[in-house]
Design a protein. Structure first.
Length: 387
């Protein structure tokens, strides 16, 4: 425009401006005839072409500076604000990677339930949590707390859901709370409750003693292992089938719970956690880091079978876990309570749930919908031979 005002006509300059700011079709039409007059109206200039010019000329310099600033920001978050340490703390306490520490906490709750004592007092829960965490992670004890939320009345009827209201809270400082938001903690808590339910079922079976049902039935002065004269054959004939079936059912339940426990803790949480750590190290900017964290949470949420679309699978698992808790109670109560009919009912319920889960998981694996379920399906299939 300045050249035109100064009455300077440069055909070569006009052609090059036309190439930059005009559509290719317009360019060929206008200059095929040798006419080099350029229409400088706004219609001949497209925003798209101008944006491409900016991208090729200006954006590389901006992008270079942007990556440098993001690198400095990521370094500051990781070193000065301990981002990686806080992400690890979430996995330690919510995903129970700090096994020994969290074991001391949740076993205190399970023992209270086993003894039929009240455990819902916040003072008790927080005291046990602080005591467990302070031994190995003193810097995190002041950030952790626990409270109880209301549970659906229908769920309260099933023992396994009695701990659903437990909610962990971790005080995340700014600016790390941009990555670990309150919404993220809600997802962490849902996985935390599922893990507690599995741990509870596993613990209930692990602590059962073989002599408990006999002691409750015959009230001997010495336990099974202290009495050298005790033998299975010495029991009264009506009792022997019940004890035998209880022992077998316990082994089947233990196989199921251990298979589920190993799948969640190793195949899902451990392996996914390793991938997450690598991705965090490779993150270039904060937006990418936030997306990586959300994708990680979404992955473990899906693979822990918490998604609504496969809720029927989780319901079947909950039925088995609830059956485990009922079985443990009847085991401890003795053969006087565990009639042969109740044992048959537990065997039937477990067999139905077990068969349903194996069928559903195998179909999902064959379709390729959930390849990560293959290890769980195979393990439960092996247990079908015993059912």
């Amino acid at each position: 425009r300045h050249l035109e005002l100064e009455d300077v006509h440069d055909p070569l300059l006009a052609i090059n401006f036309a190439r930059l700011y005009m559509e290719q079709s317009d360019f060929h039409e206008r200059f095929s005839s040798g006419d080099v007059n350029v229409d400088r109206s706004s219609e001949s200039v497209t925003c798209q072409t101008f944006e491409l010019t900016l991208r090729s000329c200006l954006y590389p310099h901006i992008d270079k500076r942007y990556l440098e600033c993001c690198g400095k920001l990521m370094q500051t978050l990781k070193t000065d604000y301990r981002l990686v340490e806080y992400l690890q703390a979430m996995r330690n306490f919510f995903l129970l990677e700090a096994g020994e520490t969290m074991y001391d906490f949740y076993v205190a709750i399970f023992d209270k339930v086993k003894e039929k004592e009240s455990w819902q007092h916040l003072s008790f829960l927080n005291a046990r949590l602080q005591e467990a965490v302070a031994q190995h992670y003193p810097e995190d004890s002041s950030r952790l707390s626990i409270y109880l939320e209301n549970i659906d009345i229908v769920k309260k009827r099933l023992p396994v859901h009695s701990i659903d209201g437990l909610t962990l809270s971790y005080k995340v400082p700014w600016p790390v709370d941009i990555v670990i938001s309150s919404e993220c903690q809600k997802i962490y808590n849902q996985v935390f409750i599922l893990l507690l339910q599995i741990k509870w079922a596993k613990y209930s079976l692990d602590v059962l003693r073989f002599d408990e049902p006999i002691e409750a039935y015959e009230k001997p002065q010495e336990t099974l292992f202290e009495n050298s004269n005790w033998s299975f054959e010495a029991l009264k004939s009506p009792v022997r089938p019940q004890i035998h079936r209880m022992f077998l059912l316990r082994v089947k339940l233990m196989h199921f719970v251990n298979s589920l426990h190993n799948y969640i803790m190793t195949r899902i949480l451990h392996s996914t956690g390793l991938e997450f750590q690598h991705q965090i190290e490779e993150a270039k900017d904060l937006d990418q880091l936030i997306k990586i964290h959300y994708r990680y949470l979404s992955t473990i949420y899906d693979r822990c079978l918490l998604r609504e679309k496969i809720s029927f699978v989780k319901e079947a698992i909950m039925k088995v876990l609830n059956l485990v808790l009922m079985f443990a109670n009847r085991w401890q109560a003795g053969l006087g309570v565990s009639k042969i009919e109740s044992i048959e009912k537990m065997e039937s319920d477990f067999k139905n749930c077990h068969m349903f889960l194996v069928t559903v998981l195998n179909k999902a694996v064959c379709r390729g919908s959930f390849p990560h379920l293959e290890s769980l399906a195979s393990s439960l299939m092996a247990g079908m031979e015993q059912s």
